[in-house]
Design a protein around this ligand. Structure first.
Ligand SMILES: Cc1cc2nc3c(=O)[nH]c(=O)nc-3n(C[C@H](O)[C@H](O)[C@H](O)COP(=O)(O)OP(=O)(O)OC[C@H]3O[C@@H](n4cnc5c(N)ncnc54)[C@H](O)[C@@H]3O)c2cc1C
Length: 540
């Protein structure tokens, strides 16, 4: 019987999701003019769209037509009202995020290897930084707001941590400073995956972009490979695209497992309950949902100078436990009051204000994504199980983060800008109260990952192997944040870009970059000011 594939549009590679990873793959694979690549992207183009292009406008994109805005299921120990923004536009989350750019720490990659991701060691992965096409640089001097400067000075004095001039120069355990961003300070424009990788190659004849097109089911081709993708365009018409070499799933940590499960690939019991025919029983699909949870503390100020790159240009890393190999607390400093979660709890929003958002870099709670329905239009259920780790590590980190934020705020010159603490307010001091507030007002740093994690061949819960090939199928790889076995300590976008660069080599057989001086990412050694321990490192 015919499978109808005679009507398929054939390509060599089909990429589902023109997001952060998808743009890298599309650019790399079309370098070979003989190779036909189709990108199926749910959102519109970002080209010439000033709302997307201006980095500083990121906050105004949340909750708009550029955002899938996934809700979470009830979080008994966290905040059930968090909306997980996921970008619906070419470039994916790199087109609406804050573009803070950190190389992953070597120890985070070594942790991946320990979880079965052979070949993802720092010596192999970090040299790919030389291939990155994004313009990544520390926040430009003109964009450095005086209050953010004073936050850095106060953090350094209060906590005895070093100033970090460039967070990507060496690994670090502690420090305060301005972030590195993927942007052009002259224009304020993004250097997203789309801008850096796709815009320069849009005219390649071997690249087909299907925009505002939603992939809703994967089907087998006549040879048994999972190579066909059912796609619905914005006008409601359907088509099928076929990957003659490989199908590459880059729909992100929410939508890649969603698409797999809708297509019959996932935990067999769950799929059968929904009446979905099981193609491959892969119990790990949708499991191991990771994130960086954060809380918030807000102060009122007077009017502030206006200059900034994106309103959260500086931050602080602290290592509270000296046994940890890296920081175990991160704080973003916002020169605007980020009050979505505190307002709901009844706290006022000051006309002018700042906040700090302590987050958990190596959170231990693990969640899960599952389908509510076999209908592709029904959103999946996201259960992060925030603050449920039995050791209480995540909750403790937030409480200590709130206290450390107060220490910084009580230190000059930052102290002199602050009129009063608005949320939670200085009266809230006990461990119990800070924990309750910290969890109820908690938010996400928007870093979901891990839901199709890679692992060793004998690990039945791994979804892809270390070559990112989908287990139990031929010709399919997953390339996005869902393959992370664990979350990097730092913000993950650059790790996604490096993953996609390496995936391009795994697909094409191109040689990996020379190891080069990988140790440059740690050159100062234990006694360097920015070295792994820092001369002024605190043993808290
Ligand atoms: C608001 C926000 C701020 C952030 N800030 C930072 C930061 O400053 N630094 C940092 O390191 N990280 C940050 N992150 C996280 C980072 O951006 C993401 O981890 C990373 O970009 C994810 O890349 P990805 O390729 O896995 O997925 P995405 O970039 O999300 O790409 C997925 C793409 O697939 C498309 N898609 C999904 N499903 C389908 C389908 N069925 N059919 C067709 N297309 C589909 C989507 O439209 C999207 O374009 C932030 C994230 C957000 C949301």
């Amino acid at each position: 019987m015919s499978d109808g594939s005679g009507h398929d549009e054939p390509y060599d590679y089909v990429i589902v999701g023109g997001g952060t990873a998808g743009c890298v793959l599309a650019a790399r694979l079309t370098e070979d003019p003989g190779c036909r690549v189709c990108v199926v992207e749910g959102g519109p183009s970002d080209v010439g769209d000033e709302r997307v292009m201006k980095l500083r406008n990121w906050i105004n994109l949340l909750g708009t037509e550029y955002d899938y805005g996934y809700t979470t299921v009830e979080q008994p120990r966290g905040n059930s009202h968090i909306v997980h923004s996921r970008a619906r536009v070419l470039g994916g989350c790199s087109s609406h995020n804050t573009l803070i750019s950190f190389l992953p720490f070597p120890q985070d990659l070594r942790e991946w290897v320990r979880h079965g991701a052979e070949g993802w060691d720092p010596g192999t992965v970090l040299p790919y930084r030389a291939r990155l096409q994004n313009t990544i640089r520390p926040v430009a001097e003109k964009d450095r707001n005086p209050i953010a400067h004073d936050f850095v000075t106060a953090a350094v004095d209060a906590l005895d941590v070093p100033v970090v001039d460039d967070f990507n120069e060496h690994p670090f355990t502690e420090g305060a400073g301005f972030f590195s961003l993927a942007y052009d300070p002259a224009t304020g424009n993004r250097s997203s995956a789309s801008v850096a990788y796709l815009h320069p190659v849009l005219t390649r004849p071997n690249l087909t972009l299907k925009l505002e097109s939603w992939a809703y089911r994967l089907l087998r081709a006549q040879d048994g490979r999972l190579a066909r993708v059912r796609v619905r365009a914005a006008d409601g018409t359907d088509c099928t695209v076929r990957a003659e070499r490989e199908l590459l799933l880059c729909a992100g940590a929410v939508d890649t497992p969603r698409l797999l499960m809708l297509s019959g690939i996932g935990p067999a019991g769950h799929l059968r309950e929904l009446g979905i025919d099981v193609l491959t029983d892969l119990p790990g699909v949708g499991e191991n949902l990771l994130d960086h949870p954060e809380s918030v503390i807000v102060w009122e100020t007077g009017p502030l100078p206006p200059n900034t790159a994106m309103d959260s240009d500086a931050g602080l890393f602290v290592r509270r436990d000296a046994r940890e190999s890296g920081p175990d607390l991160m704080i973003h400093f916002y020169q605007v009051p980020f009050t979505a979660n505190t307002e709901r709890l009844g706290y006022p929003t000051p006309p002018y204000g700042v906040c700090m958002t302590p987050n958990v870099p190596k959170s231990r709670s693990r969640g899960r994504i599952w389908l509510r329905s076999p209908d592709p239009d029904v959103e999946p259920a996201l259960d992060f199980r925030y603050f449920t780790d039995p050791e209480g590590h995540d909750e403790r980190t937030v409480v200590e983060g709130l206290r450390i934020a107060r220490e910084v705020a009580a230190t000059g010159p930052l102290r002199d800008w602050l009129v009063r603490e608005v949320a939670p307010g200085p009266g809230l001091t006990t461990e119990e109260d800070l924990s309750e507030y910290g969890r109820r007002a908690s938010h996400t740093v928007y870093h979901p990952a891990g839901t199709c994690r890679m692992g060793a061949d004998d690990d039945s819960t791994a979804v892809v192997d270390p070559q990112l090939r989908l287990r139990g199928e031929r010709g399919v790889r997953v390339v996005d944040a869902s393959v992370f076995p664990t979350l990097p300590t730092v913000n993950p976008m650059v790790t996604v870009l490096l993953t996609a660069e390496r995936a391009a080599d795994l697909i094409t057989g191109r040689a990996a970059p020379e190891p080069g001086d990988v140790r440059a990412h740690g050159r100062n050694g234990p006694n360097g000011r920015h070295g792994p321990h820092g001369t002024r490192g605190t043993e808290r």
